[in-house]
Design a protein around this ligand. Structure first.
Ligand code: OSB
Ligand code: MG
Length: 368
């Protein structure tokens, strides 16, 4: 297929509720959608899961836009692409910028699956027809709000609850949650807020029967996580430390954690995601698919990758309605009793509602 046209849309979508992590609060999502068109008239969609400021990762929405415009789109425009894996050679010279690469690559994967008339999940090698999901809950001003959120989401049937923690909002909060919900599958996510000096605080979390503690230490770190894992019994799950196949291989070798949270954007796209999946599968490392407060487009990609066999733990791909009054895909993502059905329609398997996309678009640019 020849890539005839690429469109970038910068959207601004306001979430229903603010979401607070150890690194900040977000409610207005300013992100990019990538649309690619082939010579046979098909359209593929990808989402660049950046935020306006580089708080989670070094990329941010304007930097990714520039990266796409200056380097990545020129590397593929008017080119003949038989398979998305071919993009790797064109992208490799450009260092990192994984969220930008992933957005464009994801759109090409959607296009490719549509050209083969198969669901994206199948194109990626997925085998599951349904996937299990949990939900990620932000830090709240007071414990009652958090307990209410947990009650609601547990009643909705989510398969596990993840709560965000930070220094000063950790052991007591978890203890209180466990008092009220002694048996729910529970995990915590620190988003890199601790150091090895906090080992005593982190050790105290072992008493709460947590499924895992996600990214307690510095983003990118593997060594200190390996040291910490020797000190605590709760499995460490790596998020901000895994940007590539090599990071995953080294983390496993060092014992930096026992579980991997895979985010398609963070590892530079679906081709890398499959490689990491296969590695974890060989090494018996359980994994799950993380989230970046995506719109329906990114959410659809998350569902497709989660259909691969080694995504054995519930991920963060919650219902559209958890985030948005109105999502930009049809039908919206709807979790029932913690279960999502992997779509069977070609490509991402959801229709992108172009009117809704345009209604939320602040800037767009056409490359052809
Ligand atoms: O650390 O997993 C994270 C959201 C934004 C940035 C980082 C993270 C998160 C979440 C929310 O935990 C996941 C979601 O509901 O999409
Ligand atoms: Mg995380």
């Amino acid at each position: 297929m020849i890539i005839e046209e690429v469109n970038l849309y910068k959207l601004n979508m306001r979430m229903k509720h603010p979401f607070t992590t150890s690194f900040g609060t977000e409610q207005n999502r300013g992100f990019i959608l990538v649309q690619v068109k082939s010579d046979s008239g098909l359209t593929g969609w990808g989402e660049c899961v950046t935020t306006e400021s580089p708080l989670y990762i070094e990329e941010f929405t304007d930097s990714s836009w520039l990266m796409l415009e200056k380097f990545l789109i020129p590397a593929i425009l008017k080119k003949n692409i038989d398979h998305p894996d071919q993009l790797q050679d064109g992208f490799r010279p450009y260092k990192r910028n994984h969220l930008a690469k992933s957005a464009l690559e994801g759109a090409i994967w959607d296009l490719y699956a549509k050209s083969k008339n198969i669901p994206l999940s199948k194109a990626l090698g997925g085998t599951k027809q349904t996937i299990e999901v949990g939900v990620s809950l932000g830090i709240e001003k007071d414990i009652d709000h958090l307990l209410n959120n947990i009650k609601d989401k547990t009643e909705e049937g989510y398969k596990r609850i993840k709560i965000k923690i930070k220094p000063g909002k950790d052991v007591e909060v978890i203890a209180e949650v466990r008092n009220h919900f002694p048996d729910i599958p529970l995990m915590v996510d620190a988003n890199s807020a601790y150091t090895l000096e906090d080992v005593n605080t982190l050790k105290q979390m072992d008493q709460f029967n947590l499924m895992m503690i996600e990214q307690p230490l510095t983003a990118g770190d593997l060594i200190d996580h390996a040291k910490l894992q020797k000190e605590i019994t709760t499995p460490i799950c790596l998020d901000e430390s895994i940007h590539s196949f090599e990071n995953a291989r080294q983390a496993i070798e060092l014992g930096s954690g026992k579980i991997i949270n895979l985010k398609i954007g963070r590892v530079g796209g679906l081709t890398q995601a499959i490689k990491i999946h296969d590695l974890c599968s060989r090494e018996n490392i359980p994994m799950w698919c993380g989230g970046m407060l995506e719109s329906g487009v990114g959410r659809a990609h998350n569902i497709a990758i989660t259909s691969l066999a080694n995504f054995t733990l519930p991920g963060d791909t919650a219902s559209s309605s958890r985030y948005w009054d109105r999502d930009i895909i049809q039908p919206e993502v709807q979790v029932e009793n913690g279960i999502l059905h992997v779509p069977e329609a070609p490509g991402i398997g959801f229709e992108v509602d172009i009117d809704e996309v345009l209604r939320n678009t602040r800037t767009s640019k056409c490359f052809k």
